[in-house]
Design a protein around this ligand. Sequence first.
Ligand code: CA
Length: 242
Amino acid sequence: MPSTILVVEDEPAIQELVAVNLTFAGHKALRAASVDQANTLIRAELPDLILLDWMLPGSSGVQFARKLRSDERTRDIPIIMLTARSNESDKIEGLEAGADDYITKPFSPKELIARIKAVLRRRAPQLTDDLVELGNLKLDPATHRLNGINAEGKLINLEIGPTEFRLLHFFMTHPERVYSRAQLLDQVWGDHVFLEERTVDVHIRRLRHALTPSGHEYLVETVRGSGYRFSINASKAVATVD
Ligand code: CA
């Protein structure tokens, strides 16, 4: 699945090279030349991964990585450090600051894309094409189909629309936890600034509608005053379906 990747790099030629290669690999590239610019972009849209240069004007990439790790909203974003430094103690400092991986310049675009894929697979399985299994449900990112067996023992095979798919994928990889509308906008849409929270309600309704043919709409629970939860243990009787 395409991911939104923020490139924080002050050298224009490297920033351009990285961004072009990300776009070519099917990702959406956001660009920043400083920590300030990166903060502005992150406030508007939560990226799926950050490529972070070590040496930046004003604040170092390592300091920025520490700050991202200490903030609840950005804590879980995978970070790959880009650096010209290659000695062991620098690598350790970068990893201790919370980086998931480390790439030494100069690097090949092919290696960069492969490392991104590996980090996303490890840290953000919801962004890969791996089959998601929960209870007796299987969601296939390659075909956007939900397969399984329903409570009556009937085989199900549903096609899920793109936005509902992203929402269902997030829920199935993060089950049994309550998410507020703002958190869902951040995590599923990557945007909690320009979208209204009502957007979530609209797509929750559509997702329940999509799950109705197999009788699974009750798995998407409304938690009054808090948000929504996808629960494989949900009770059919108490579900709020609107
Ligand atoms: Ca630099």
